[in-house]
Design a protein around this ligand. Sequence first.
Ligand code: FAD
Ligand code: DLZ
Length: 507
Amino acid sequence: NPKIILVLGDQLSRELAPLRELDPQQDVVLMAEVRDEATYVTHNRHKIALIFAAMRHFRDDLRAAGFKVHYFQYEDGVASLGEALQQVSAETDITEVVFCEPGEHRVSEHLDAVADEVGLELRWLPDDRFLCSLDAFRDWAEGRKQLRMEYFYRQMRRQHKLLLDEQGKPEGGKWNYDQQNRAGWRGKDAIPERPDIARDTLTEEVLDLVEREFPDNPGDLTRFNFAVTAAAAEEQLTFFIQHCLPKFGQYQDAMAEESPWLYHSLVSMYLNIGLLDPLAVCRAAEDAWREGQCDLAAAEGFIRQILGWREYVRGLYWLKMPDYAELNTLDATTPLPDWFWTADTDMQCLHKALQQSLDLGYGHHIQRLMVIGNFALLTGLDVKQVCDWYLAVYVDAFEWVELPNTLGMALHADGGIMASKPYAASGKYIKRQGDHCDHCRYRPDKMTGSDACPYNSLYWQFIDRHQEAFSDNGRMGLTLNNWQRKSADERQSILTWADKTRERLLG
Ligand code: FAD
Ligand code: DLZ
């Protein structure tokens, strides 16, 4: 029977399971730029442009390979994926639809609803671009009290034979070299300049479209510099492996005033939309180490992010959804301040992180976690609003990866499923990891007073507010003791200053 093969905007891989079973004689591929997907949050313009440009290039590739592709451009005015499906089904008389499982629960529900409504026969195939199937993750999680990433990661290393010696033991004798990967930035090394990525006419057309159709969304498209084909994404990976990987580990947790990305790979967006294959990326890092181009800590640190964290958050998302999205165990409900959309704050680290996130759609992990996320955690910003902000702003944001990272890792709103203790930190951490404080009007060594770093009093206010919730968490014992050991007067003066700070920053 002829089939419609639906390919979503983040499934742009020739190895996609439904494309492997496509019969070019009778099947048609359907791809659609649709209003609902482009507007369900106020996506960064970079994100829409990347997805539409990559979709259009992928369409042309498929056509060049002899496949029939029905493609709706945004200008065609199609409202939803369901509407696109109905139109193509009516036009072709095909009722069987095959697709790869969507990355987001919302999209999955939408497609199920459409199938019921209009009588299409929908069949989905597992997304085997991921290295751990959802069933395998469920099996791993079954019966475990705690779902610690570290143990999952070791299993994945064994299973995919990455960084193992001939006896199947971890190379170098240890699974994890994180201890060596925590240097702060002191401006001592040269940061590689990122190459300009060429834009062809197709991409230019998309940039014009996005500029026109999304005038109020964040994103400075004059600085658009993303690969929109698999070949161009591969070149970016090669650049990273050659020029950045050697220092990736060392500066993985660093923050620099002069660079939005330091030595990070900038490949999440390509992995997430199918332009790069995660196993190939991990192997490229392993090969670089085996050829002596980087040390083991760098290669291991990088591979752990992709083979470990990326697979783990995806497994967790599907294991816990839809309830996961509703969790808010610390009762965080303070409205997101408007300046999250303008970066208008005099806290330098936060200003820098917000500004580049809005302008470029990129923030590295420590900015997302320990600057922006930490601020949201300490001040108890509304979990749903914060998650929507992250989903909107980053070019690599899809709910399967954004939600566990934001709700779970950054906001600790899942009660510790993802992280055994909250990633809460004062200005001291930010000072240690980078050089923003040298350019800031606030002093990280001051607790109260108009030049005191706001993270300091807000940190203790957060600890004070949740003392009871954290009392049975052994990993929080020391912090709670440190708070209680302060005199009653000192605690009171910190809390009073924190109230004033909150009032000034959040209204
Ligand atoms: P690198 O630092 O070079 O890391 C290499 C790769 O490892 C990344 O490309 C990514 O694919 C993977 N990776 C690293 N950390 C994680 C992680 N915690 N979870 C999943 N994959 C990881 N990542 C997204 O892809 N999309 C998101 O929407 C997203 N939202 C986040 C929200 C918060 C609050 C936090 C704390 C993290 C989030 N991350 C997200 C994870 C991580 O910050 C980004 O993957 C990374 O910053 C992307 O930049 P890079 O490619 O230069 O990564
Ligand atoms: C994020 C996004 C955007 C902006 N636009 C489209 C689109 O027009 N068509 C499409 O198929 N997918 C788009 N996407 C990705 C989806 O919203 C969704 O995040 C993923 O398919 C994950 O399920």
